[in-house]
Structures are given as C-alpha cells and as structure tokens.
Write a protein that binds this ligand. Sequence first.
Ligand SMILES: NC(=O)C1=CN([C@@H]2O[C@H](COP(=O)(O)OP(=O)(O)OC[C@H]3O[C@@H](n4cnc5c(N)ncnc54)[C@H](O)[C@@H]3O)[C@@H](O)[C@H]2O)C=CC1
Ligand SMILES: O=C(CO)COP(=O)(O)O
Length: 339
Amino acid sequence: MTQKLTVAVLGGGSFGTAIANIIAENGVRTFLWMRDSASATETQSTRENRRYLPGQRLADGLEVTSDLTRAVSDSDLVFVSIPSHSFRAVTRQIAPLLRKEAMVISTAKGIEPEGFTLMSQVLEQELPDHAIGVLSGPNFAKEIVARQQTGTVVASESEALIQQVQSCLRSETFRVYANPDRYGVELGGALKNIYAIVCGMAAALGAGHNTQAMLLTRSLAEMGRFAAAMGANPMTFLGLAGVGDLILTCTSDLSRNYRVGYALGQGQPLEEVIQGLGQVAEGVNTLRQVKQKADELGVYMPLVSGLFAVLFEGEAIADVARKLMLGEQNHDVEYMGAD
Ligand SMILES: NC(=O)C1=CN([C@@H]2O[C@H](COP(=O)(O)OP(=O)(O)OC[C@H]3O[C@@H](n4cnc5c(N)ncnc54)[C@H](O)[C@@H]3O)[C@@H](O)[C@H]2O)C=CC1
Ligand SMILES: O=C(CO)COP(=O)(O)O
C-alpha cells in the first residue's frame, strides 16, 4: 500500500464511489468528485452514497467534494468514472488543473460515436502529456463494496501507472492484474454490454441453459472477430476484461445492460426502459457504434445485427431468433477466425 499518493476519482455514481472507497480504505488520501454539490455535501456528511450505493458506509478517510480543482490539483492518480456520453467534457475540464506528472485512468466502458473512440483514446487526445490507462473487469460496484473477492485488470503502456494503480487498489478482496494491451482490455469491456442486453432479453423469454451457453460462446466468437478486424488481439478477450466480464454481465440482473434486455424481452419500449433505469447502460449506444463499424468493415456479427434489428428497426424478437438459428449454413463453422 502506498501512503504518500493522493488520488482523485471523478464521478460519484456506483463505480466511482466503489473505487474511491477501496483506495481510501487502503489508507491513501482520496477525493471523490461529484458535480452536484448537494449530493457531495450529503455523501460527505452521511458517509453514504444514498442514490447509487445505499446502505454502504464509506471509508472515514474519503473526502467527497464538488470542487474539481480541490479534487485533482494535488492528485498523482486520477480515475475518470464518468459515463462515455460526458467523459470528454469532464476530461477537458480537468486538463488545465492536473499536475504535470498526474496519471489518468478511465473506468468507463463505452464508445464515443465520433471516430469510434474508446475512452482512453479520449484521454490520449485531451491529455497528450499524461500517462494514461484503463481499469476494466468483471466488477459490479455493489459486490466490490460488499467485499466480495473481485479481480480486475489495469492496462497501460506505462509500467509506472500500472504499479501505482495496483498498489493503491490491491487488497484482500480486490486483486488487480496487469495487461499491456490497453485497446483490447478496453474494447472487451465495451463490447460485452451489447451481449448482456441480448442475454437479458433471452432470459425474459425463458431461455434455458443450452441457449445461455450458446449465446455466451457465440458472443465471444463475435467479439473476437470484431477485435481481429479492428487490429486488436482477440487473445485479450480470454482474460478477466473479456470473457470474465462477459460471463458476469450476461448472467446477472445486477447488470444494468442485462436488465435493459430483460425489460425489452418483456415487451417494454426502449425509451421507457432507459428512463426507468436511472443509471447508465452503455450497451445501447455501443450497439449503434459497433453495428456501423461492423458494416463498414464487413465483419459478420449476427447477434449485433439481430439486436439492432429489434431495438431500432422494429423487428420482432421471435423473428430475429428464428433467423439467427437458421442463418446461412456456410457460417455454421466453429473456430475462431473462420466463422
Ligand atoms: N457500476 C458498475 O458496476 C460498473 C460501471 N462501469 C462503468 O463506469 C462508468 C460509470 O458507471 P457508473 O458509475 O456505474 O454509472 P452511474 O450511472 O452509476 O453514475 C454515473 C455518474 O456520472 C455522473 N455524471 C454523468 N454526467 C456527468 C457530467 N457531465 N459531469 C459530471 N458527472 C457526470 C452522474 O452524476 C453519476 O454520478 C460507465 O461507463 C460504466 O460502464 C465499469 C465497471 C463496473
Ligand atoms: O461493467 C459492469 C460490471 O463489470 C457493469 O455492467 P452494467 O453496466 O451492465 O451494470
């Protein structure tokens, strides 16, 4: 554990709060920044994030603030836990406030529409002089704060960043693996959200274990095919940030994306589902980006196309499922790269 570090976590939603809490519990000076000052004051005084992690007492040492300058100006490490739709705006706000040596880590699992940009690429563009990295893995915030044993991955080209992140986060219940493949780790975390929607939808329609196993495995094949077409290493998807996170979110209603799929499977309209969620489900937007990119690159992604048809083209789920099962026979081949 590193005593001398100062760390800021930006974003007072469920994941930002969980990450900040682990670091503060490790005895590191930690700020949690929330943009809403009333929420920050309430969380700081009650020691509980009532909206996102109710019932969880936060570490005494954690300072919750809505003062962005106070949070980042002294910090050695800055974690950005802001959903992808607002990630760049917040990154721009911190650019003039950061220490020269500060290292910045994204925890967001989304894709910016312009240029198919992943969040650490946004960091790269907006903060070109800083070491940057990604934290991703099968990590429900709720289970992290409940001290369930959890593994995650930090990915960066900077060995110093990897070591600092490992040293401030590692604990008896949180293990942090290192991976040099930043792009692959980040892409896996974004892609799996699409398949969590698919699996939630299938569950609502009564899918059994056979169906669930087929969906999970074919999702991984699709992810690998897309990764290869994007020039990424599909082997990274065999780790925690790939298949690990895929299994987690495709099998649990703790996943917001899975819950979106489940509600859609029950016949609720998409807009209503999103409004009722009250939290971010990155998969809906990621689906749009990945469908467009897959079409551009000519990558065969039947689950992506099928989900897109249901969400945005008014196709009935039963019709899409039938087409998926009876898809072109020349695609009924199972090995990576050939199918
Ligand atoms: N919740 C989880 O278990 C995990 C979430 N993630 C990822 O972390 C990212 C954040 O997710 P959550 O914390 O779960 O989301 P959330 O929906 O719980 O909270 C989002 C937070 O971001 C804040 N926010 C939104 N726009 C903002 C802006 N313009 N300026 C300042 N703050 C803003 C909201 O006020 C809220 O506090 C997402 O990309 C998600 O995929 C990653 C791992 C696990
Ligand atoms: O990424 C997550 C866990 O690893 C959280 O998934 P959801 O965003 O679907 O809740």
